[in-house]
Design a protein around this ligand. Structure first.
Ligand code: SF4
Length: 395
């Protein structure tokens, strides 16, 4: 058996570790590219969600590299995500890949432990030795998922201060490679320090006072840079500090009922959407309110074209929340036609707008940029974010 799974940015390395630790041979699809999207679009139903098409393209890429078993997360949620695996398997069979299976990995509630059975069946070992291996594989997966989230945090912060455009991207890619190579607990335990050391080599201008922008939205679009036209990098290279809670770690800890930040967002969004209607709708609304109350300059909402839950969130923000909280927000819906130039122009205009709003607001309140920055960092960001910020300030 040769196993594979679709791309979701660097998060594929956490899944790779999980399966390799169970002695399963893994091939990764090529990074998502035009060709994969073209294939996904060609063989998918026209009005299906864009992540369906992109992941179908990834599957074909993996099959061409030898994969015969594909893993696709499923959910019992209210939108189309629950059907991806079953429909994609039929499509692949129709395309002539008759011997390929898609194994559904149930992630509706990780505390019902259906995923344990799936992993046991995939590794086909159930003895005591396999049990300890299994625990180790899960620990490695969780540790790598958390570290990937920390790398994302550091990247979002450091890029806004880099003197030479591209330095942060280089360090980011190097650290991701090192994480992929790290396969002992000892290495993983000290990896946080390695992230800080590597990002600390970037030549930064610490006198800057960047705008602070939060990115949120549908999970596949938010985490896969090819499908979101690398929006984090583009915005970061305009000198904007990027804050993004959404990560694989954020999602997994939520599904283990350990993510209290998400509970807080659910509480904030409850008057507008009192239940999970699919996608990230509930949490997008919570994030918008939370970011408005904590001193952000603006927000970016990213989602796939035709994604019903995210369009619902957008409508509630535009018609209701924007009038109450008045935090500038820009919306990007992505599909196979999304391109760089239109997005860059809109982002530049957005950055100009939030810059002039900040000047105006601070002028009225008679607060300097430096004081505004100090107040913001006192109460925002995870512990790791604070550590990175201290590094920046003392470099
Ligand atoms: S969240 Fe949106 S894109 Fe994802 S399956 Fe549901 S409707 Fe489709």
């Amino acid at each position: 058996m040769i196993l594979s799974f679709p791309n979701m940015g660097p998060n594929v390395y956490a899944f790779k570790t999980l399966f390799e630790q169970l002695d399963i041979e893994v091939v990764l699809p090529d990074p998502t590219n035009r060709e994969a999207i073209k294939i996904g679009v060609k063989y998918s139903p026209e009005f299906v969600c864009f992540p369906f098409k992109a992941t179908l393209g990834d599957f074909v890429s993996a099959i061409k590299k030898g994969a015969d078993t594909l893993v696709m997360a499923i959910d019992c949620g209210p939108c189309r995500f629950g059907f991806y695996g079953a429909v994609q398997e039929r499509l692949l069979h129709d395309m002539g890949y008759k011997n390929v299976n898609i194994i559904p990995l149930d992630q509706a509630d990780l505390l019902d432990f259906k995923w344990v059975k799936t992993l046991q069946e995939l590794s086909s070992k159930r003895d005591l030795f396999a049990y300890s291996k299994f625990v180790k594989a899960v620990i490695f997966f969780l540790k790598k998922a958390k570290l990937l989230s920390d790398i994302q945090t550091a990247e979002g912060l450091f890029r806004a201060y880099e003197r030479n455009q591209g330095d942060t991207t280089k360090v980011f890619n190097t650290v991701i490679n090192k994480l992929d190579q790290a396969n002992t607990l000892k290495e993983l335990r000290s990896f946080k320090n390695l992230i800080k050391e590597d990002f600390n080599t970037i030549d930064v201008d610490r006198t800057r006072t960047p705008l602070r922008v939060a990115i949120f939205g549908e999970i596949h679009i938010s985490l896969e840079p090819f499908v979101n036209v690398d929006i984090r990098r583009k915005l970061g290279e305009m000198g904007v500090e990027i804050h993004q809670n959404l990560s694989l770690w954020d999602w997994v800890s939520h599904k283990f009922h350990l993510n209290f930040h998400r509970k807080w967002l659910e509480h904030l969004s409850h008057p507008y959407v009192p239940m999970d209607i699919g996608g990230e709708c509930q949490w997008v609304l919570g994030e918008y309110i939370d970011r408005a109350q904590t001193g952000f300059s603006g927000c970016v909402h990213v989602y796939p074209f035709t994604c019903m839950p995210e369009v619902t969130a957008r409508t509630i923000i535009t018609n209701k929340l924007k009038n109450i909280y008045d935090l500038p927000i820009i919306f990007f819906s992505f599909d196979e036609h999304s391109g760089t130039e239109g997005m860059r122009t809109r982002l530049e205009a957005f950055v100009d707008l939030i810059e002039s709003r900040r000047k105006h607001k601070l002028g009225i309140e008679n607060i300097s940029l430096e004081d505004d920055q100090r107040n913001f960092y006192k109460s925002n960001g995870s512990h790791f974010f604070q550590e990175c910020f201290q590094l920046l300030q003392t470099q």
